[in-house]
Design a protein around this ligand. Structure first.
Ligand code: SF4
Length: 236
């Protein structure tokens, strides 16, 4: 362990809500574990991790590193998810230790902390990023409870400027985002010169959510999105 980080990480609070010890789905191509960070600065109505967003962590960074030491040679990757991982103090130091153990790192982020992202990118500490695109400014407050569009754009531009492997994804609940909204969002990505796939995921019915949101029986209409200038793919 990098000695300059030891004291910092030993003093940190319990930032991690729980660990999923094994997944083949969340970091494609790499058997991984998932660290679920507690807390989030957004309050997305459709969020299906209310316990993680509102709850307290149960594991420290050191607990997570001790777990990882038992997985060397068994797992390739670590997914930092949540909640919003980038909000946590000393997150960069923690990721640095994970990299020193030899793991690839994927970050799931809502894009609201471009400065943290910049530090991670400039130090070469991450291997893949899944960036949430919540909405254009006219809808973001209703969906997330806050104003984050500038930070999202800064994060997007950073990822593009570093030529980082990343994806942009949006959760779609029909009462919150229409096909026209999605087309506007895909046009925005195109205008920013994002050339990857724009992933959409249908809101999950029948699970606890952060907001009081109605069931959404209709699914994404790909036909209505056929004029998108960037490729769109639906994940579920
Ligand atoms: S869906 Fe929204 S509230 Fe839930 S973890 Fe992601 S950014 Fe936070």
């Amino acid at each position: 362990m990098n000695t300059s980080n030891v004291n910092i990480l030993e003093r940190t609070a319990k930032n991690i809500y729980s660990i999923t010890p094994f997944t083949l789905l969340d970091f494609p191509g790499y058997p991984s574990c998932i660290f679920w960070f507690s807390g989030c600065n957004m309050r997305c109505l459709y969020c299906y991790n209310p316990d993680i967003v509102l709850g307290k962590g149960s594991l420290t960074y050191n607990d997570a590193l001790e777990f990882l030491k038992t997985r060397i040679g068994l797992l390739n990757g670590v997914v930092m998810s949540g909640g919003e991982c980038s909000l946590h103090p000393h997150f960069t130091a923690f990721v640095s230790e994970v990299k020193e153990l030899g793991f690839l790192v994927k970050i799931d982020t809502n894009g609201s902390r471009p400065k943290v992202l910049n530090t991670l990118l400039s130090q070469g500490l991450i291997d893949y990023v899944a960036l949430d695109f919540k909405a254009m400014p006219d809808k973001e407050v209703a969906i997330t409870g806050g104003v984050f569009f500038e930070d999202f754009t800064a994060s997007l531009e950073l990822l593009l400027s570093y030529r980082m492997a990343f994806e942009v994804r949006t959760t779609v609940h029909k009462s919150l985002l229409s096909s026209d909204d999605i087309l506007t969002m895909s046009s925005y990505l195109n205008q920013k010169n994002y050339q990857g796939v724009y992933y959409l995921q249908n809101f999950k019915d029948g699970v606890p959510t952060l907001g009081d949101i109605k069931y959404n029986r209709t699914t994404i209409d790909l036909q209505a999105l056929k004029n998108s200038k960037i490729p769109i793919s639906v994940r579920n």
